[in-house]
Design a protein around this ligand. Structure first.
Ligand code: GRF
Length: 222
């Protein structure tokens, strides 16, 4: 008997290309998920159009309508819970969540960050990588824990930094890998192969002391 698809809610703030990668993967039959809703904190996020085009519920909880972070998170929490997800996927969601919220979703909330964590937490990662003259860069999918960009990393996409790279060219190269590793990690979770055990991610029951690392030309693992 096959397991029912995993109910998922995706949080976004902008373009939503990672959301699109998940939609495409699900449609191609590679991702056993039920993408129930997309929620954005910004009404102008293009990802909302992508959600509507895919027939998903597209909702806005605008942070500017709330006095403080706690009030915002309470409202967001209500909207998320209405869809009863078993996984919440942060895909370019540019809001810091309260610890209470993160704790409630611990082990069932993933994020993608455009750097090889733990390097370059926070914003403007591509610029900072160029300024630091690093020769490799990439992206990380991690479980969300209360410390910002510091939860256990599951998988990383690694790319070279070229001497003539601009912030945009580097961001594009990284984004292409984001679109490979995010559906992969969500698939593992949906298949019941990935879980968080306190502070350690387990894949197929084995601790991931170092994340799965993929280069641009590496085939995706099963
Ligand atoms: C990605 O680079 C993601 O890593 C970062 O924000 C960007 C979102 O891109 N957190 P998109 O909205 O998925 O196109």
């Amino acid at each position: 008997m096959s397991t029912p698809p995993l109910p998922v809610v995706v949080l976004i703030s902008g373009n939503g290309s990672n959301l699109q990668a998940l939609i495409d993967s699900q449609r191609a039959g590679h991702l056993p998920v039920d993408l129930r809703a997309v929620i954005s904190n910004d009404p102008s996020a293009y990802g909302l159009e992508r959600a509507r085009a895919a027939g998903m519920a597209a909702e806005v909880v605008d942070h500017r309508d709330f006095l403080d972070r706690a009030a915002y998170d309470t409202a967001l929490r209500e909207r998320i819970d209405a869809h009863q997800p078993r996984l919440v996927v942060l895909a370019g969601f540019m809001r810091i969540l309260t610890h209470g919220m993160v704790n409630d979703f611990q082990g069932r909330m993933l994020n993608i960050h455009p750097s090889l964590l733990p390097a370059f937490r926070g914003l403007h990662t591509h610029r900072r990588v160029l300024e630091a003259r690093h020769t490799v860069h990439g992206c990380s999918v991690h479980f969300v824990t209360p410390a910002l960009d510091a939860g256990p990393v599951v998988a990383q996409g690694v790319v070279p930094v070229n001497p003539d790279d601009t912030e945009d060219s580097l961001a594009n190269r990284v984004l292409q890998q984001e679109h490979r590793i995010y559906p992969l990690v969500v698939r593992w979770f949906a298949q019941g192969r990935l879980e968080l055990d306190r502070e350690v991610a387990l894949l197929d029951g084995a601790p991931l002391y170092t994340p799965v690392r993929l280069g641009p030309n590496d085939p995706l693992p099963g």
